[in-house]
Each structure stands twice: as structure tokens, then as C-alpha cells.
Write a protein that binds this ligand. Structure first.
Ligand SMILES: Nc1ncnc2c1ncn2[C@@H]1O[C@H](COP(=O)(O)OP(=O)(O)O)[C@@H](O)[C@H]1O
Ligand SMILES: *[C@@H]1O[C@H](CO)[C@@H](O)[C@H](O)[C@H]1NC(C)=O
Ligand SMILES: *[C@@H]1O[C@H](CO)[C@@H](O)[C@H](O)[C@H]1NC(C)=O
Ligand SMILES: *[C@@H]1O[C@H](CO)[C@@H](O)[C@H](O)[C@H]1NC(C)=O
Ligand SMILES: *[C@@H]1O[C@H](CO)[C@@H](O)[C@H](O)[C@H]1NC(C)=O
Ligand SMILES: *[C@@H]1O[C@H](CO)[C@@H](O)[C@H](O)[C@H]1NC(C)=O
Ligand SMILES: *[C@@H]1O[C@H](CO)[C@@H](O)[C@H](O)[C@H]1NC(C)=O
Length: 668
């Protein structure tokens, strides 16, 4: 007999001439491909039918206990040579989908098979998969090789579970089987698949005639074929498959109606089965059933409406909240400061919503947060200053912005500001090493500073103050020179921060009351008396600061005897006793220049002289520190300190013991 080789040899050419867009083709050498089944020659029986879209439906799910088959309509020759009974290698592949009509359970399954006949009228549905019946299970006369995709666990066939792939010979008891799944090529892990999930999956069946090896591989549709097969077994199919045999797909349902679909199917003798061009396969139907649709609508419409209303409400709520959250105050006059103005949103983002985690510290004016600007990735410090009155804010911001133009290596750069109701946010360069006071009095949290570092910081602060007082186009009075306002950059340079802030309280509040700004320990006596700040009041504060850094002691130390309460008095006392160097911080061990240390201590005393006129200017201070000018020959008696007639010491003491006075920023 001639068989498929002769009968189909001319057909491909004919098909392409007559119906060029045919969705399948066949060739004479035992190969076929169906990319969808529209107008295909596939032979069907039972419940099998081709749906308008080209989908092959083996069972339709409405009636139970049904079976359907699809065959490649001609027998193929499996023999190695025309009269040989040795079965050659072959590959088959198909894409299927199982849609169960009841969630979670399905019946029965799909089988790919090779059999000597297309007549399966004697086969039973349900667990027999439309392949055999209760009489002939396992008989070698069946000559059936099958791969089952089984969604029911049948004890009589010793099924492993209700979701497995098995290789069957002549019957339904699997030679080998495995739970449905696939091996991941990259890590070798097995991933489970649910056959009745309603998703399309692809199966490859490969037989190697030389090695008698059967491999079955499963994967979600559109995934490349996994290298490792799910089921691999050896069985010499030469003793099973007849020389001329039909290739088919079978499907059956039991008491539960499932729908079984085939999207594409291909086969090759002696070679890999043609792959599916994914775009050309029909789609699986959607899962919801007609009978359930009304119920679904009854429930889903009110839910959908409620959800919609809720979502609209939520959106409005979020929008309003966002507005409030990011709300700023901006007035017309601020336009000229445009480049210096930050949006609250940017600052909110930079600090991740002013999280406590980013809190750098709390100062006399408010909390300071660390942040990173979203776009520039610039590290910033944001100071949130609350202020009640809006009076004077304009002048203050004008001043802040003009100060923002100051640029000096010993000044913390002000980058800009943002204004909200009752709140002002000032944005500075971030100083990674924090404030100096933590190094001086921190309880071990920061390392102590050596003399070189201290001297460099003192010189740096002096240089910054000199710049503010004279080197810039206008005289700027800092008003709040103190250790906690000196920040350290990455190179441990001292930088003055917070200048001008004091003015906020000058402008902002009630002008009737005399209002002093600064930190009491650093206030020059004439400032206490008149409330008038001048460069000399800054020099006074600088003197106290220099002593503080050199001695590692607070300007007012309650642990000391009353005559040594003030740091200035104590250093002066040591000078008189000829041992001024003893004032030096004991943590500065040996590595220091005695002359330099004495210079700083004496300069500190001179700067914090009671009489403003006795104090040097910052220019002189700088000259002394650089040794460009010799420090004047002074004796300790020139430093009239608390003995002065209008001594503020009593005042200081009363203030110090009461903590802070209204109008005074207490400091730490
Ligand atoms: N630009 C900055 N970079 C890093 N840390 C800062 C910066 N500004 C302030 N801080 C930190 O925040 C704390 C409080 O700052 P601040 O409000 O200036 O204190 P005070 O009001 O006592 O001068 C400081 O001790 C410091 O640790
Ligand atoms: C199938 O055949 C019908 C007519 O016989 C034709 O209208 C239709 O386009 C064909 N479908 C495909 C996919 O070739
Ligand atoms: C399903 O198939 C059965 C048997 O062929 C038929 O009686 C029934 O009408 C079909 N149902 C649908 C929805 O096609
Ligand atoms: C195959 O067998 C037939 C008869 O069974 C014989 O006529 C034919 O010559 C054989 N062909 C080959 C190639 O052996
Ligand atoms: C996969 O399926 C097997 C058998 O059904 C089961 O033992 C295993 O727990 C499943 N694994 C996962 C990850 O679900
Ligand atoms: C079966 O899979 C193994 C890998 O597990 C492979 O070595 C062998 O060549 C495969 N055989 C066929 C027929 O695909
Ligand atoms: C399979 O069986 C046939 C005879 O039935 C034999 O000729 C062939 O060598 C066998 N193949 C393998 C791989 O054992």
C-alpha cells in the first residue's frame, strides 16, 4: 500500500495555490501542523467540533459522560523503512486549555495518542478517556501509545493525583507519571501547573527510536520548551505502535462537565514538531458561564457601583489631603525671591515627610531634619521654624535671601526657604559632622578633638565672622555665635550657621517689649543693657566661644565654685596665678603648641572684655591668630572682668539659675 507518502505528496503545493491562507499544512514525510483548526481536514467524532474562531473543542461541558476525538485524517508510517516494524523517532506538540464548569474540580482529561484505527465507538468516556473500555484495559492488542493529561485521581488505575501527566501503553495505568508542572531551566526547580486552570499550556511528546526514550514536557503556553522533560521513560514503542497508525487527540468528561480545547497541534516524524506561531492560534474562551452571568451581574453591579463611589471619594480625599499636606503661603512680593524658594512638596519628599529618622536635632528655633533633594541628590538640612506673626516676615525673608548670597568656606550656605502658615522652612547645606558642641561636651558619642583641630575651628569661625563683619558689601551681625551654632563639614572645618535668624524675633514679634536675642552666656554686657547688637557684641561672643573650645568647658558651669562659675572668671583667675595653660582642656594631652594655646586663651579673654572698646575687631583677631601681628603685651590686670562696676555677673547668675528669661533664647 501507498499510504500517506503518496497520497499527500502533491497536496501542499495544491493548497498553497488554491487556498493560500490555509491555517495548516501537511507534507508527505509525516509532518503536519494545525495553527487553529478553521477549514482544517482534521477528522472529528463524538462531541468534538471546530468553533467559528478555529478553536477545536473536544468536549463542550454541557453534558456529562461525553467523549470526543480529533484525528489527523490519514495514517502515518511509523516504520523505519516501508516494511520495517521498528518505530522511528517522532515528535508531537499541542496547545490545550481545560475550562472546568465548577471551580476547583474538573473531569476527566485529554490524551494524545497513536492507534491503529480511528474507530473509537467502543471506547468509554470518563476515566477511560475515550481510549478504551472496561474490557480491554491494558491489552497489548490495543496497540495504543498515549500521553494523558488527567484531572481526576482514579484509584483503579493507581493515579498519583488529580492533576498529572502520564505515559500510557495500551491502557490507563501509567507507565510513568508526574504531577503537572515544569522544570525551570535556570535553577532546576519544578513549578506546579494546574491543568484545569483555564490557561493555555503546551505539551511536547518526543520519542527517540534509537534509545526507545519517551519524553513528555509541559509548560505554560508561550514559554520556551523547558530543557528538562517533566516525564521521561524508556519503552520500545516498536512493540506497541503499528507500522501505519493514526495520530489523535481524545478527551472525555465524567460526572462533571469540563470543556477541553485544542488551539494548535503539530507532528513530525524524525524531527522536532513545528513550533506554533503564537499570534496565529485562536484564543481560549473566557471563563464565566452563561448560567452564572446573571448571578454575577446581580452581585457585581452594586459592588461595582459602591466601589466606584468609594474610589471617587478616596480620590477626592487624597487630592484634598495632598493639597493640605503640601499647602504653602506665597505672596506677590516673594516673586523676586523665586530662585530661593523651595516648594514644600520637594522638601517633604526630600525628608520623606519629615520623618523622625531624619531628625538631626532640635534647636532654639525649631527642629532640623536631614534630606536629599530628589532631582539634584544634594544633601540638605531643613530647619522648621515656627513663627506666629506674619508681621515683618517680608523684611526677614529679604534679609535671609540677601544673606543667602553670602558665600564663605566657614559659613553654612543657606540654599533657600519655604513658607507655610505659621511656619518657615530654611534650607541649608548639610554638614555631615554635626555641631561642635557634641564634640566638646558629648558624652563619648563623638571623639574629643585634638589641639590642631580646635585651633583650626577657632580660626575658621574667626574668618567667617570677619567676612560677615567687613569683607562683604554690608555689615552682617551674626548675633548668635556659640558652639552649637558652629557646624563641622566633611573636613572638620568650623562653619557658622544660623546667622540672621535672630532677626526673625526682632522683626516678627511685638516691638514694644525690649527684645533680646542670643544666648545669655554669650551676651556682651552692653547688649544686655541696651539691647543693641554690634560687631563688638559678636566679638564678645567669639571670645567666649574661643575659651569654650580651648577649655572644653561651658561658659557657665554650675559644677564649679561660685567664683569660678563663669568660664571667663576662671581662666582669668588662672592667668593671675601664672598658670593660664592649666585652663586648657585636659583631653588635649601633650600634642599642642604652648604659645598658640596661651594666645587663644588670652585672646578669648580680650575679646570677652567687659568694655566693648577694649575688644579687638575681627580683623585684628585674625591677624593675631595668623601671627601676622604680635598679640599686645597685656597683663591679667588689664582684663577687668566681673569686678567691673556695672558687673553683669549677678545678672548672669540670676538668669543662669532661673534657666531662661522671657525674651532670651536659653540655649544649652
Ligand atoms: N546644616 C546642618 N547640617 C547638619 N546638621 C545640622 C545643620 N543645621 C543644624 N544641624 C543639627 O541640628 C541641631 C539643631 O540645630 P540648630 O537649630 O541650629 O540649633 P540651635 O538652635 O541650638 O543653634 C544642631 O545641633 C545640629 O546637630
Ligand atoms: C474557511 O472557509 C470559508 C469558506 O469556505 C472562508 O470564508 C473562510 O475565510 C475560511 N477560513 C479560513 C481561516 O481560511
Ligand atoms: C454539547 O454537545 C452535546 C452533544 O453533542 C449537545 O447535545 C449539546 O447541545 C452541546 N451543547 C452546546 C452548548 O453546544
Ligand atoms: C514489503 O513487503 C511486501 C509484501 O508484504 C513486498 O511486496 C515488498 O517487496 C516489500 N518491500 C521491501 C522494501 O522489502
Ligand atoms: C506541587 O505539587 C505537588 C504534588 O501535587 C505537591 O506535593 C507540592 O507541594 C506542590 N508544590 C507547590 C509549590 O505548590
Ligand atoms: C529526553 O530528555 C533527556 C534529558 O532529560 C534528553 O537527554 C533526551 O535526549 C531526551 N530525548 C528525547 C527523545 O527528546
Ligand atoms: C525495539 O524492538 C525492536 C524489535 O521489536 C528491535 O529491533 C529494536 O532494536 C528495539 N529497539 C531498542 C532501542 O531496543
Amino acid at each position: 500500500m501507498c499510504g500517506v507518502n503518496c497520497r499527500w505528496s502533491l497536496l501542499p503545493a495544491l493548497f498553497f495555490l488554491i487556498i493560500p491562507n490555509l491555517p495548516y499544512f501537511t507534507t508527505g514525510d509525516g509532518q503536519f501542523s494545525y495553527y487553529g483548526f478553521a477549514n482544517s481536514s482534521v477528522f472529528l467524532d463524538g462531541t468534538a467540533e471546530i468553533l467559528p474562531g478555529g478553536l477545536l473543542q473536544l468536549t463542550n461541558g454541557t453534558t456529562n459522560m461525553q467523549a470526543g476525538h480529533a484525528f489527523y485524517p490519514a495514517p502515518l508510517h511509523f516504520g523505519k523503512s516501508p516494511n520495517s516494524t521498528v518505530v522511528q523517532s517522532f515528535s508531537a506538540s499541542f496547545v490545550f486549555g481545560i475550562i472546568s464548569t465548577q471551580p476547583g474540580i474538573s473531569s476527566e482529561g485529554i490524551a494524545f495518542f497513536i492507534a491503529p484505527t480511528m474507530d473509537f465507538s467502543g471506547a468509554l468516556p470518563a476515566q477511560y478517556l475515550g481510549l478504551i473500555n472496561n474490557q480491554n484495559n491494558g491489552y497489548s492488542s490495543n496497540h495504543i501509545f498515549a500521553v494523558e493529561l488527567d484531572t481526576v485521581q482514579n484509584p483503579e488505575f493507581i493515579d498519583i493525583d488529580n492533576n498529572h501527566v502520564g505515559v500510557n501503553i495500551n491502557g490507563l495505568r501509567s507507565l510513568q507519571s508526574s504531577p503537572a508542572g515544569f522544570y525551570d531551566d535556570s535553577n532546576g526547580h519544578i513549578y506546579n501547573l494546574s491543568l484545569a486552570s483555564g490557561n493555555a499550556m503546551q505539551v511536547w511528546v518526543d520519542y527517540d527510536g534509537e534509545a526507545a526514550q519517551i519524553n513528555v514536557t509541559l509548560a505554560p503556553f508561550k514559554m520556551a520548551k523547558p530543557i528538562k522533560p517533566l516525564v521521561s521513560t524508556t519503552y520500545n514503542l516498536s512493540v506497541v505502535i503499528t507500522e501505519a497508525a493514526y495520530v489523535g487527540l481524545s478527551s472525555a468528561t465524567g460526572s462533571i462537565g469540563s470543556r477541553h480545547y485544542i488551539l494548535g497541534w503539530s507532528f513530525t516524524m524524525n524531527g522536532p514538531a513545528p513550533a506554533f506561531f503564537t499570534a496565529e492560534l485562536p484564543d481560549l474562551p473566557r471563563v464565566p458561564r452563561k448560567s452564572a452571568r446573571n448571578k454575577v451581574l446581580q452581585v457585581s453591579v452594586p459592588i461595582a457601583t459602591a466601589t466606584f463611589v468609594f474610589l471617587v471619594g478616596l480620590a477626592v480625599f487624597l487630592l484634598v489631603r495632598r493639597r493640605l499636606q503640601y499647602a504653602e503661603v506665597q505672596e506677590d512680593w516673594e516673586v523676586e525671591f523665586g530662585p530661593h524658594r523651595f516648594t514644600f512638596k520637594d522638601l517633604f519628599r526630600a525628608t520623606e515627610g519629615f520623618r523622625n529618622r531624619y531628625l538631626l536635632g532640635r534647636g532654639g528655633f525649631g527642629r532640623v531634619y536631614k534630606g536629599v533633594l530628589h532631582k539634584s541628590k544634594l544633601e540638605i538640612a531643613v530647619k522648621r521654624v515656627s513663627h506666629e506673626s506674619t508681621q515683618g516676615i517680608r523684611e526677614f525673608i529679604a534679609e535671609i535671601v540677601s544673606i543667602g548670597r553670602l558665600r564663605h568656606r566657614n559659613i553654612v550656605q543657606l540654599l533657600g526657604y519655604c513658607r507655610r502658615k505659621g511656619e518657615l522652612l530654611l534650607v541649608y547645606d548639610y554638614m555631615p559632622n554635626g555641631s561642635l558642641d557634641k564634640y566638646l561636651y558629648g558624652h563619648g558619642e563623638r571623639p574629643s578633638l585634638d589641639w590642631m583641630q580646635r585651633f583650626r575651628i577657632i580660626k575658621g569661625v574667626a574668618s567667617g565672622l570677619l567676612y560677615l563683619h567687613g569683607e562683604w558689601e554690608q555689615v552682617v551681625i551674626h548675633r548668635d555665635v556659640k558652639a552649637s551654632n558652629v557646624l563641622l563639614d566633611e573636613e572638620m572645618n568650623g562653619r557658622l550657621g544660623d546667622f540672621g535668624l535672630a532677626r526673625l524675633y526682632d522683626h516678627g514679634t511685638d516691638m514694644q517689649t525690649t527684645h533680646l536675642v542670643g544666648t545669655i552666656r554669650y551676651l556682651a554686657p552692653e547688649l544686655v543693657r541696651t539691647g543693641k547688637a554690634s560687631p563688638f557684641t559678636d566679638v564678645f561672643a567669639f571670645g567666649v566661644f574661643a575659651l569654650e573650645v580651648a577649655c572644653g568647658r561651658r561658659p557657665i558651669d554650675h559644677r564649679m565654685h561660685s567664683n569660678q562659675l563663669l568660664l571667663v572668671d576662671w581662666v582669668l583667675h588662672l592667668w593671675r596665678n601664672g598658670s593660664i595653660i592649666e585652663a586648657l582642656d585636659s583631653r588635649i594631652q601633650t600634642n599642642y603648641d604652648v604659645d598658640e594655646a596661651c594666645l587663644v586663651l588670652k585672646l578669648g579673654l580680650l575679646c570677652s572684655h567687659q568694655s566693648a572698646t577694649a575688644r579687638p575687631s575681627m580683623w585684628h583677631v585674625m591677624q593675631y591668630l595668623n601671627r601676622d601681628l604680635p598679640f599686645p603685651e597685656l597683663s591679667s590686670s588689664d582684663m577687668v572682668q566681673s569686678e567691673a562696676a556695672d558687673s553683669p555677673v549677678a545678672y548672669y547668675q540670676s538668669v543662669a539659675s532661673n534657666g531662661t528669661m522671657s525674651g532670651l533664647s536659653g540655649g544649652r
